[in-house]
Design a protein around this ligand. Sequence first.
Ligand code: ZN
Length: 148
Amino acid sequence: MSELREIYQEVILDHCRAPRNCRALADPSHQAEGYNPLCGDKVVVYLRVDHGVIMEASFEGVGCAISTATASLMTEALKGRKVGDVQPLFKDFHDMVTGADAAPQPRLGKLEVLGGVREFPGRVKCATLAWHTVLAALQDQPEPVSTE
Ligand code: ZN
C-alpha cells in the first residue's frame, strides 16, 4: 500500500480520520447507493435539494481512505451549489484524477488535493465512486450504482 502514502497529504488524512458530513440525513430529497467492487468501497449519499440548490449533502460508507476522503471533500464542496453544477464539477474532477487534463481546476477548490490519484489508475474508481453516486441520486436511480 505504498501508493497510498504517496497520495496522502495532510488534508486527505484529516478527512479520512474525521470525515465531514458522515451521517444520514433525516429528510433527504434524494439518495443513492454506490459500490466499487474493485476495492470494496460502499457509499450512500444523501442530498436535500431546494429550488435547484443543494442545501445539504452527506454520506455514510465503508471504504478505503481515498473513497472516504473524496466523499467527505465532495459533500463539503457540493453544499450551496446548483444541481446543474454537479456534472461540470465532476468532469473537472474526473479529468484531474485520470490525468486527462492536468491543468489546475480552480472550481475544484480543496478537491485538488486528490490530484495525486492520477499517478495510480487503480485508485481512480475509489475517487469517483461518490460522484457517480451523487449523480445517480439526482436522477432518482433506485438501483445501487456500480463503478464497474
Ligand atoms: Zn477504494
